[in-house]
Design a protein around this ligand. Structure first.
Ligand code: ADP
Length: 280
């Protein structure tokens, strides 16, 4: 579709099997002719069972690996490698331990060649954006998990990429920290208008964050269905997560995923039996 910010166009990705376990001596097909368009400025969440190819998908968009077939287009141009138009936030914070919070945020700016005089302002601005203005001089080991992930988000936003690629960035955090970071991310998205592709296996997170949620099939990954999440106008005091609309979408996605997990289990069963059967 033209006008997409990011387009996964019939993308396949095959890996050499780490072990011969899955298909004897064969390869692992992580993605199979997957097509998905992401609109400019949208918050799209990709949800799918573990191992279905979510990280593989994000790595392709980030230019960290190449598709075996098909292509990924950003602004209509094929992705050939990483670029400053795309910021990536991983599950693990990936901060430089020898740099302060400010130093870590400055890192991307240095890579982009932003003059030193402009850097300090941008760093302060983005630390403020994630609520860490007072922690500029702290080193990663002095920060909690949630704070480290805030620094990682500030670092990705500071050099002003069009697109933010987020690979389960809150998965390692406790529930409360995760909830507050989700709120912050929505606020940042509303304020900055970035296009966000957010990967998760958590259904609640998908419904809460995604304005559209793409549900993947089990491996080999394809898009099973894309759901428009409409939570309606909620009273600020109301708990969004216990609204009827939220419950409806949660159930919708849960049902789609349950069918995928069942299908995957059924596909694994003959393999297990073969492996368990006595030799000879
Ligand atoms: P998800 O993020 O949905 O959990 P991944 O994208 O990490 O799934 O992996 C999809 C499939 O591809 C899995 O079966 C995984 O084992 C396989 N895979 C991922 N990366 C590699 C790799 N570098 N080498 C071999 N197999 C891989």
């Amino acid at each position: 579709m033209s006008g997409d910010k990011v387009l996964f166009d019939q993308v396949s990705k095959t890996f050499d099997a780490r072990t011969g376990r899955r298909t004897p001596g064969g390869a692992v097909t992580a993605l199979d002719r997957l097509t998905l368009g992401v609109r400019p400025g949208e918050f799209l969440v990709v949800v799918g069972p573990s191992g279905c190819g979510k990280s593989t998908l994000l790595d392709l968009a980030g230019g960290l690996s190449r598709a075996t077939a098909g292509q990924v287009l950003v602004n209509g141009r094929p992705v050939t490698g990483p670029g400053l138009d795309r910021g990536i936030v991983f599950q693990q914070y990936a901060l430089l331990p020898w740099r302060t919070a400010a130093g870590n945020v400055a890192f991307g700016l240095e890579a982009k060649g932003v003059p030193r005089a402009d850097r300090a302002d941008l760093v302060a601005q983005h630390l403020d954006l994630v609520g860490l203005g007072a922690f500029a001089g702290h080193y990663p080991h002095q920060l909690s998990g949630g704070m480290k992930q805030r620094v990682a988000i500030a670092r990705s936003l500071a050099y002003d990429p069009d697109i933010l690629l987020m690979d389960e960035p809150f998965a390692a955090l406790d529930a409360q920290t995760r909830d507050s970071l989700q709120d912050e991310l929505v606020r940042i998205w509303e304020r900055t208008g970035k296009t966000i592709i957010f990967i998760t296996h958590a259904i609640d997170e998908a419904v809460y964050l995604g304005r559209r949620v793409a549900v993947m099939t089990s491996r080999p990954g394809r898009i099973k269905q894309v759901i428009d999440v409409e939570l309606g106008d909620l009273d600020a005091a109301e708990d969004v997560r216990s609204s009827d609309a939220f419950r409806h979408h949660r159930h919708q996605i849960w049902t789609l995923l349950r069918d995928e997990v069942r299908a995957a289990q059924a596909a694994e069963r003959p393999t297990l039996r073969r492996q368990e059967a006595p030799v000879g």
